[in-house]
Design a binder for this molecule. Structure first.
Ligand SMILES: [Zn+2]
Length: 578
């Protein structure tokens, strides 16, 4: 095993799964378990479940599951070693030094430490007053008051950062890995104002840097840290470390760091910025971890509008409610606040419009409604937008509203929308049904692909492995009694689980999923957890039941007996039933 059992037990005792998950998604108590909308797939009704008794979680929608360690791995997209380290940090524990995968988590840790030192260095350069161009830029942009709070800095165009960090013991290849210096030893962000990017856990994960050149070349205005073992642009949002704690129930999403800083300094501490050009699904998931409403406040120019539409789509798909603030032509939030002050911005926020009105408004403004042809196209496009609304009441409201604006009859507009809506619904339903069939018949079962051919055996195996997780001593007993051994297992995956469980019980004298989870992928851990959970609510998990399943498994002769051998057979069965 990777880490000593006592350490893992202490780690889990101090990181109760309910507390940890609750800091990512708000959990609701339901009897003796907790539920939430799954942070890993899009859903409107909660199927994500947390079990206090077994310290595990499972999502009945997407099949993700495991313990607190696998949750952190999946939620923060980090490896096993890093998740252990993060939880140890949270609980004030020291990770013992003989761990598995130390290398990759060490590498990440070293980069984070080097980043922190670099951030200090940049900050000291800026506040030293030695670099007039830098201080002029800061005061010119009204950022002086923000320097400390946001840890702003300046990177001189020289090799001193390299010397500074190597003197602290960092190796040149570590600094290159961290994207802090280039091959020649010069600072990557030479002659730029540096904005440290801090993740939700308070680590300096990377930097975004603004050029001080008067006319930076195309695309050179901002330079971000490339993806490193500690940083991914797709998974971070600027100022999230502050904004996640704001009292408001929504985020203000801006394009640039300076927008965010201007807003924070004016009291809008819920502002965040996407880093770089395109907003990602991962960023939407990060947002939903804290709040489920976003007011988009991108620049008021044409590219800003195009980006707004893209963001609306991604956030809506992630189940986040979106509104849009319209800034006066060509203005960005930073300029707006500096010009008109925070009260006027508050008014704009109050007047922000829902994403439906925003999208419909755009269709209307792109066509000349006086021309019959263009009006027909506009009506069709509007109908597409409205047809995508799930709630019939809401659909009705928009139908009435926009029929009026288009000056077409409400009835014919409604007919058009309902036809489109039915089509959409049918397409969605078909896709969903196909998915359910695939899943229930073992199709697309990437975790245990043998299950389709050997459904009955696999079911017996899963019952055995479920009970074994509750009473691990049964495994030893059954082996001793000669009723179960590894040759009985027919499917490859379950055979692996059995061996891992048995080894664990033999070596440690007890079982916990964190003892074996380093041997499995997160999806596999999810499956193992499901086996446990599907037994947890049953009253009889005695040794008698266990051996009954063992006998059934031993008597099972494998593929031939299981009837359904191919997808065609299943289809034939389904058709016959119909
Ligand atoms: Zn899920």
């Amino acid at each position: 095993m990777a880490y000593p059992a006592e350490f893992l037990e202490e780690l889990k005792k101090r990181n109760r799964i309910v507390d940890v998950i609750n800091s990512y998604v708000p959990l609701k108590r339901a009897g003796n378990l907790y539920t939430a909308c799954c942070p890993f797939h899009n859903e409107k009704t909660p199927s994500f479940t947390v079990y206090e008794r077994t310290e595990s979680f499972y999502c009945f929608g997407c099949g993700v599951g495991g313990d607190v360690v696998s949750f952190v791995m999946k939620a923060d997209n980090i490896d096993y070693g890093s998740a252990i380290e993060q939880l140890a940090q949270r609980a004030g524990l020291t990770v013992p030094d003989n761990g598995y995968d130390r290398e990759s988590s060490d590498r990440r840790r070293r980069i984070l430490d080097a980043n922190r030192e670099a951030a200090k260095y940049f900050h000291n350069q800026l506040t030293s007053g030695k670099y007039k161009e830098a201080t002029d830029y800061i005061s010119g942009r009204g950022l002086t008051a923000a320097v400390r709070h946001f840890g702003l800095g300046y990177s001189p165009p020289d090799k001193k950062l390299f010397t500074y960090l190597t003197d602290l013991g960092y190796k040149p290849n570590e600094l290159a890995d961290a994207f802090l210096v280039n091959r020649g030893g010069y600072s990557t962000f030479e002659h730029r104002i540096v904005f440290p990017i801090i993740d939700a856990a308070g680590n300096v994960v990377g930097f975004s840097a603004r050029s001080l050149e008067k006319k930076p070349a195309e695309g050179q205005k901002y330079k971000n840290t490339n993806d490193t073992p500690a940083f991914s642009k797709r998974r971070n949002l600027y100022a999230m470390n502050f904004a996640k704690n704001s009292k408001e129930d929504f985020f203000i999403l801006c394009e640039g760091q300076t927008d965010v800083i201007a807003l924070h300094m004016s009291g809008f501490t819920n502002a965040i910025a996407s880093l770089g050009t395109s907003f990602s699904e991962e960023q939407a998931a990060l947002i939903r971890r804290y709040k489920n409403k976003v007011v988009i406040c991108y620049d008021g120019d044409a590219p800003g509008i195009a980006k707004t539409n893209a963001v609306i789509k991604i956030l809506s798909d992630a189940g986040v409610e979106t509104k849009v603030v319209s800034l006066p032509d060509g203005c960005d939030p930073d300029e707006f606040i500096n010009k008109y002050g925070k009260e006027r911005f508050s008014l704009l926020l109050q007047k922000s419009i829902g994403q439906m009105d925003y999208r419909c408004g755009q269709v209307l403004s792109s066509y000349d409604l006086r021309s019959a042809d263009q009006k027909t196209i506009a009506a069709d496009k509007l109908a597409d937008v409205i047809a995508s609304v799930y709630s019939p009441v809401e659909r009705e409201i928009y139908t009435v509203k926009y029929a009026k604006q288009l000056e077409v009859s409400e009835e014919s507009f409604k007919t058009l929308i309902e036809i489109k809506h039915k089509k959409l619904k049918k397409a969605n339903k078909k896709e969903e049904q196909a998915k359910i069939i695939r899943q229930s018949e073992g199709y697309g079962d990437r975790v245990n692909p043998d299950k389709l051919r050997m459904t009955r055996a696999a079911n017996a195996e899963e019952a055995i492995l479920g009970i074994a997780q509750i009473s691990p001593e049964f495994l030893i007993q059954a082996e001793k009694d000669g009723v179960l051994n590894e040759n009985d297992f027919k499917t490859n995956f379950n055979h692996r689980v059995y061996t891992a469980l048995l080894d664990c019980v033999k070596n440690e004298g007890k079982y916990d999923i964190s003892f074996i989870s380093s041997k499995f992928t997160p999806d596999e851990t999810g499956r193992i957890t499901r086996m446990l959970i599907s037994r947890t609510d049953l009253t009889d998990n005695s040794y008698g039941v266990f051996t009954e399943y063992a006998r059934a498994l031993r008597e099972d002769e494998g593929p031939k007996e299981n009837g359904a051998a191919s997808y065609d057979d299943i289809q034939a069965l389904i058709n016959k039933k119909k």
